[in-house]
Design a protein. Sequence first.
Length: 301
Amino acid sequence: MPIISAISGFAARAYGWSAAKIKILITDNFNRADGPLGNTTTGQPWEASRGTWAIVSNQANSSDAASTYPIASVNIQAQDVIVSGAVNGGGPGLSFWLTDANSWWASSANYRTTSYSFSCCGGSLGGSNVGCGSVTTTSYYQRSGCGCYPNAIEAGGQCVDANTLLPLGPLCCSGTLGGSNTGCGSVSSTSYYQLTTCSGTNYITELKLYKDVTGTISTVATQQLDSNTSSFSNVGSIKVSTSGEQITVSGYTNSDLTSQLGSSLTNTATSATRGTKVGIVKTPSDANAGSSLDNFSAENV
């Protein structure tokens, strides 16, 4: 150890001094003219690490195919970082530990759907009451002939005495069923709507963690944030925190990182190559895909 360094070190310890880590904060609101990303709001130059990003309507946007994983990065000169950004749809996210185009980590929101089956009331009718409602049908005994009267004949739709032709009454009730209520009684029957199989859709929102090792991109971990049967729960912003080999990714329903959705994704990246560049990335999303990101922030910890 050089003498001056040794003396300085002894003096610092003697007086209780400690070397403070220089705090680095990089932010970008992208509020400038459409075109190349240029420099961040705090003045650092954006690098085109993979593909192309540009400013479109005061947001960072990539029109490259998500399958190519376009990345723009800035060098924060640190491996332990907090990186965040507001995202629009599935795919836009945050990159970190980037060394070059083929060595990086990233995280983004992914949206997907799955189908499920369940029993429901169908339109078919049967004899079992399964709680799906019913239909009751009533049939009435009809009238025909005058066999119910002695010495009677049918005349003018009624029964009359065969000799005097004096009316005796209506036609006799028969065993024939029909739709008209003739006053001869009725028979009712009830049929029940039966169960059938119906299908529905699960709308799943999740975080994904990716890595690129020498050009091979893989999904390291997935954390489901929400699943429901009506619509996707939106991720409005993402925050990535790293400490040593530990990675924590959180998704938020709003753009300002205040209302967390679900649980954080955590992963220990054992023996990972950890570069010092952070940035923005566009990854595939199974549904609800987006292309833009806003309010980027990165700091060392």
